[in-house]
Write a protein that binds this ligand. Structure first.
Ligand code: ATP
Length: 270
């Protein structure tokens, strides 16, 4: 089968109510929703609508979710690809994929382009010069910059990129008219973890002994993705035992399992 060039979702169902916590980030991206919905409101006074925003934060904190919610709220199509897909790509493929992506997004405008793990293509040039794929990565990056610079004033495509390594990004990406807005997406605090639990508990059959405050306190350092995992894992643990509802003990077991997984992951990294 033909390799997928990028993901395309013309009817995004995700909205801000699916994104728990992240109040500051949601407020900032609300402006992007507004630009997409009412561009004339901004352009009549001669202003230029921003082309790009960079979501910066640790893995699993909801960057992809938030970008998708922007598309859902504005009711515009969502085009996405991941920077890591470009690693080990044949010469010329990366740049032409970027070209196709922007072409499609412009045809369907207003629209959102989302580039996850932009650091994989947007690393500062010159680093890692020994690797053979470096030229291809640079071609891809250059194509991305060319596309963004080529947006006309009424293109109405907004590019949202995500990274957990803003420090290694090529400064050219952050120049005015490119990803000149940075939005921070942090790990949730205890109150935000509770809100994330609430979102992911919605589809579960819950036992009466579940205590959200307790669970939120038991999970410091957990990302939204970790919490989503805990909820799903708890449901599976309960089901395996033939229970009718997911109870407190299932959650504690799930938390233990996720912590075990996190520790393993960290061991491999260090
Ligand atoms: P990565 O950097 O690894 O790509 P990310 O920041 O893009 O991660 P997402 O892919 O958006 O994270 O999050 C993964 C999943 O975790 C989401 O689909 C959602 O189920 C859950 N999740 C993460 N953050 C939140 C949140 N703030 N509210 C609700 N669910 C969340």
């Amino acid at each position: 089968s033909k390799a997928k060039l990028f993901d395309q979702n013309t009817e995004v169902k995700t909205t801000f109510k699916d994104v728990a916590g992240l109040e500051g980030a949601k407020e900032e991206v609300q402006e992007i929703v507004d630009f997409l919905k009412f561009p004339e409101k901004y352009t009549t006074l001669g202003g230029k609508i921003p082309k790009g925003a960079l979501l910066v934060g640790p893995p699993g904190t909801g960057k992809t979710l938030l970008a998708k919610a922007v598309a859902g709220e504005a009711k515009v199509p969502f085009f996405s690809l991941s920077g890591s897909d470009f690693v080990e790509m044949f010469v010329g493929v990366g740049a032409s994929r970027v070209r196709d992506l922007f072409k499609q997004a412009k045809e369907k405008s207003p629209s959102i382009i989302f580039i996850d793990e932009i650091d994989a293509i947007g690393r500062a040039r010159g680093k890692n010069a020994m690797s053979g794929s470096n030229d291809e990565r640079e071609n891809t990056l250059n194509q991305l910059l060319t596309e963004m610079d080529g947006f006309g004033t009424n293109t109405n495509v907004i590019v949202i990129a995500a990274t957990n390594r803003a420090d290694i990004l090529d400064k050219a990406l952050m120049r005015a008219g490119r990803f000149d807005r940075q939005i921070f997406v942090d790990l949730p605090d205890v109150r935000e973890r509770k809100e994330i639990f609430e979102v992911h508990l919605r589809p579960l059959k819950k036992a009466k002994d579940l205590d959200l405050d307790f669970l939120s306190k038991q999970t410091p350092g957990f990302s939204g993705a970790d919490i989503a995992n805990v909820c799903n894992e708890a449901a599976l643990i309960a089901a395996r035992q033939g229970k009718k509802a997911v109870d407190k003990q299932d959650f504690l077991d799930a938390v233990d399992r996720i912590i075990g997984g996190l520790e393993k992951k960290n061991k491999i990294i260090t």
